[in-house]
Ligand binder design. Structure first.
Ligand SMILES: [Zn+2]
Length: 160
């Protein structure tokens, strides 16, 4: 997921990255990424590149309530400034600025995409407010907790 910097036009441009392969091959990801769309808005001013990324990622997850698989869409965005000029590093401290080595003509977007996608995962990740699989699971557990009939009969025998 590399952005070629030297071929970018001055001013605004936009690029779409939609290969999900790198996320799918990432062994640190424990769910199944299915689709990815990164819409990257670029604003180039000579040696500076203002990037704004908008990410939509669809994946298969395990519902925390019912333990079943469900599809969900993660959304997120990032903003970053790339520069070849180190004097810009002090100018704007609130923004995230990355200093590019002078010989670098490409910027790897993958770490940003990876972090943004992972930040999009809710802390409690469930299929929805009413999880059918969760209800079934709950009923199953309750059923198992009911005393076995045979034990009940034995108990009655001792009580007599
Ligand atoms: Zn569920």
């Amino acid at each position: 997921m590399k952005l070629s910097l030297n071929t970018l036009p001055q001013g605004r441009s936009e690029q779409i990255f939609d290969s999900v392969a790198q996320l799918q091959h990432d062994e640190s990801i424990k769910w199944k990424p299915l689709r990815l769309e990164l819409k990257l808005s670029i604003d180039r001013h000579n040696q500076n590149f203002y990037l704004r990324g908008n990410i939509i990622c669809t994946g298969l997850f395990i519902c925390e309530t019912g333990m079943e698989e469900f599809e969900d869409i993660l959304k997120g965005d990032f903003e970053i400034i790339l520069t070849y000029n180190s004097k810009h590093l002090n100018d704007n401290e609130s923004d995230e600025i990355i200093l590019l080595p002078g010989h670098e003509t490409e910027f790897d977007l993958y770490p940003l995409v990876h972090d943004t996608v992972l930040l999009g995962i809710p802390i409690s990740h469930v299929c929805g407010p009413d999880c059918e699989a969760g209800k079934a699971l709950q009923e199953n557990i309750q059923a198992k907790q009911e005393p076995d009939e045979r034990w009940a009969k034995l108990k009655d025998m001792f009580n007599e």
